[in-house]
Design a protein around this ligand. Structure first.
Ligand code: FES
Length: 499
């Protein structure tokens, strides 16, 4: 019996578009238990490594096998506080706006007449079999070119088909698409070679061509039929422009969402994620940097860390004798997500249970958070979180120093991204995760990238304005800044960021 048959029996939906022949590569599943009881890989599975298999190829010879398709649906932040703007000009028909993230994808179908999203889907990026972070995906694409592109297109097509069915429209009515996403995700989607983004000087093929004068913009435009998308074959697919290196089309879409080009005063955008991007506008000049913070605040490299899904502790308080906390979904706690980790670190500092260097009281190896569930935070966890925090410090502090502005001089700080949306701002400032900008000037904008993609979809003038704005941004390479190392070391301490 194949894993596909087993899935049928268990009522689990596995995607396919090749009639289970091993050619579409859509039926990838993650084997969680019993991989030893499966038949060896077939040639059709040569592009996959453990623990991933094709459900139509792997057969369970005996024993109990636990597996899950890659299309899980975790809690994904789809909304934004950005106000909707009307289309310019109103047009008939529909378009699609997408934020293609390394981990999660948000796709909207928008009525171009009103500029409103009439359908929204969010799902995990199905490229997980190629690794969880950008660098892994790049190296995977070097070994198995085209597989990640195919996985993303397949997943987007499945959602577009569902959208057409739900809205009772024909695919020919979807006449345009705008794609936001980091440089690697955007270029993989457009079928471009991403190898140069993974090696020094980390410039994509598009950026190289733009700098060499071979392109007028870093934005992309392709007909849908060339990418094999389920929409009007002649529909235009627009990839938002990128700034440089890893500061990609997700960041520029956020700039479009907040309307950076027309904002007055000193404004900073911080898009927090596995890679944190910072863009600062000061005295008419624009600066940007990207810092690889890693997955510690998203559940990686922390023993009881986990993403913001059901069962994650999302907020914490020390009550003098133990911990009070809230859990997503009200379930029994299984671990702690990013917002909970920020609270935990701030409370440990506030009550002198941990030094700024991350040493626990009594030099203990760990602190216990939920005794009956065995949930703890170890010295090693604290040190991994310190390093992730330090990367965020480097991004914000070096950009501010470069521009010659202190945190108190920032008129507005826009916080974008799912994780940033749930954090307690005061705690984040106290442990030095965020620059000490007065709290009332901080605005959480949620998933600004998809809101920006929607704006770009609805307005050609917005696209032209963004392309012009992006050309003015100075990209700061953090690692080559002379005081990078000093800022990083200082940033590892759990204390407010120095001005
Ligand atoms: S169903 Fe197409 S490859 Fe398995």
């Amino acid at each position: 019996m194949t894993l596909f048959d087993l899935a049928d029996r268990r009522g689990v939906r596995v995607p396919t578009s090749c009639d289970r022949k091993g050619t579409c590569h859509e039926c990838v599943v993650e084997v969680q238990e019993g991989s030893g009881d499966l038949t060896p890989r077939t040639p059709a599975e040569s592009f996959l490594r453990d623990p991933y298999r094709l459900a139509c190829q792997a057969r369970a010879a005996a024993g109990e096998v636990r597996f899950a398709p890659l299309s899980r649906k975790p809690r994904i932040l789809t909304g934004s506080t950005i106000a909707e703007t009307g289309p310019d000009p109103p047009r008939p028909g529909y378009g699609a706006a997408m934020d293609l993230g390394t981990t999660t994808v948000v796709l909207e179908v928008v009525a171009l007449e009103s500029g409103r999203a009439v359908y929204q889907a969010s799902f995990e990026n199905p490229q997980r079999f190629g690794g969880s972070d950008i660098m892994n995906r790049i190296s995977y694409d070097g070994k198995c070119p085209g597989e990640l592109h195919k996985a993303a297109i397949g997943a987007v097509n499945r959602e577009l088909k569902q959208a057409c069915a739900a809205l009772s429209i024909d695919r020919h009515e979807i006449g345009e698409m705008v794609v936001a996403g980091n440089s690697t995700m955007r270029d993989l989607f457009f079928g471009l070679d991403v190898q140069p983004i993974g090696q020094r000087p980390y410039k994509s093929v598009v950026e190289e061509e733009y700098r060499a004068g071979k392109r007028a913009t870093t934005a992309l435009l392709e007909p849908a039929h060339r990418l094999g998308l389920w929409m009007h074959p002649k529909a235009e697919v627009y990839g938002a422009p990128l700034i440089a290196s890893h500061v990609g089309a997700d960041t520029t879409a956020c700039l479009a969402a907040i309307g950076m080009e027309s904002l007055a005063g000193t404004v900073m955008l911080v898009d927090v994620g596995t890679n944190t991007e910072v863009v600062l506008k000061h005295e008419g000049r624009l600066y940007a940097a990207s810092c690889p913070a890693g997955p510690a605040f998203e559940g990686g490299h922390v023993k009881y860390g986990m993403p913001g899904v059901e069962g994650a502790i999302e907020s914490l308080r020390w009550n003098g004798a133990g911990w009070d906390f809230t859990v997503i979904g009200g379930a029994a706690p299984e671990g702690i997500c990013g917002s909970g980790l920020i609270d935990l670190l701030a409370e440990l500092r506030r009550h002198n249970l941990m030094t700024p260097m991350g040493v626990f009281g009594g030099r203990a190896r760990e602190v216990t958070i939920v005794p009956d569930r065995g949930i703890t935070l170890s010295r090693e966890d604290a040190s991994n979180l310190a390093q992730a925090k330090a990367a965020n410090v480097c991004g914000q502090q070096i950009v501010m120093r470069h521009a010659g502005v202190a945190a108190s001089g920032i008129g507005r700080l826009y916080l974008a991204g799912a994780f940033a949306n749930y954090i307690g701002v005061r705690n984040a400032i106290e442990i030095g995760f965020l620059a000490p900008v007065p709290e009332e000037r901080i605005v959480k904008v949620g998933n600004a990238a998809v809101a920006g993609a929607r704006r770009l979809l609805c307005s050609r003038p917005n696209r032209a304005a963004l392309e012009q704005l992006v050309k003015k941004v100075e990209h700061i390479e953090l690692e080559t800044t002379p005081d990078f190392f000093d800022v990083f070391v200082e940033g590892c301490q759990f204390k407010p960021m120095t001005e």
